[in-house]
Design a protein around this ligand. Sequence first.
Ligand SMILES: Nc1ncnc2c1ncn2[C@@H]1O[C@H](COP(=O)(O)OP(=O)(O)OP(=O)(O)O)[C@@H](O)[C@H]1O
Ligand SMILES: [Mg+2]
Length: 382
Amino acid sequence: MSLAEVLGSHRVVVTVGSGGVGKTTTAAAMAVHAAMTGRRVLCLTIDPARRLANSLGLDEMTMSEQDVPRALFQRYGLECKGALSAMMLDTKRTFDGLVEKYASDEEARDRILNNQIYRYVASSLAGTQEYMAMEKLHEVRKDEKWDLVVLDTPPTAHAIDFLTAPERLVDAIDSPAMRWFLQVFEGAGKAGFGLVGRGATVLLKGIGKITGLEFLEQVAEFVSGINDLFGGFKERAEQVYDALRSPEVAFVLVTSPDPLAIVEARYFSDKLQDAGMNREAVVVNQVHRLLEAPRVSAAEQVAALREVLPASIDAADIQLRLEQALRDERQWATADRAEVERLSAQIGEDTRIVEVPAFDEDVHDIAALAKVASYLTSAAPA
Ligand SMILES: Nc1ncnc2c1ncn2[C@@H]1O[C@H](COP(=O)(O)OP(=O)(O)OP(=O)(O)O)[C@@H](O)[C@H]1O
Ligand SMILES: [Mg+2]
């Protein structure tokens, strides 16, 4: 299936990949394309990426949805036949929503929402962001308002972290360490608190300035509070995870042509497949293009340079530098080509590999996003 077809036929498209490879750009470009072709699209991001907001004509990404004005498309000579909105995910608020949903009563709910450890965990525990992204996705994908939700995932150092996030979060909450804290709190007399508490406070400094005793009290409250939610929470994590395997959800793996990124992409791609998720395409972004070698001799180039450069500049020297730069660029292009070919040999025929060239400039407006989209959907001239 081509990416254009994927965008036309799925309810949810998720971009995944390692840090900095172009997930956000790809997600936004796909959202722009789908909106232009008539779908009502929500582009959901995790990071506040101001550049993305700006390129969609917005001042900043907000936690509530904002419409991308149709006039913005027109300004660049583009037509938006559908509609495009953008929204940033609020991790803490999504987590709070879960607590509200699964707490057994109001008191239990407030106890956990006001707990200092919960507040820390809700925004900074490893995996929380990723898990809440999936949670939010689960929620919005049923919303009739959208034909398509494009989800951009957070900048994880290792793309694979995204898949294991729900599990890790549930494990962290249900960890022996947490249970140990609880036992210490329940078992020790007050005299013992100071001692245990000091070490523990050092351990979790991020939580803020609280004394050992307060800390242990907070931990106990957190653990019992979270246990109250736990059944519902774990079940929910499983549901969300299952939903990601549904045929209406497509994953688009993004990578750069860098050999290390390619290795990681392949690994991640296998994991996606093992997990039964629809890996619909692999995007190799920022591929160096093979520039043509000059058709005229070095001497002719020097002569041409001499005509346009001031006499004080050594045209022969400039020609040598240009030649070197071109050689480097062509070497990059050749290396990138080899990487892409290796990847396509390894990844299997059923997964489409799409290349997007490295542009001279950052992708900073809707026209540039549309241009990226034209490569993604193969509508670009060769
Ligand atoms: N094909 C391209 N040509 C030129 N610049 C690009 C291209 N694709 C992306 N960029 C630029 O590269 C930078 C990183 O891209 P992007 O933010 O999409 O990556 P990311 O994978 O979302 O990063 P993170 O993991 O930090 O979220 C941005 O400045 C973007 O404009
Ligand atoms: Mg990003």
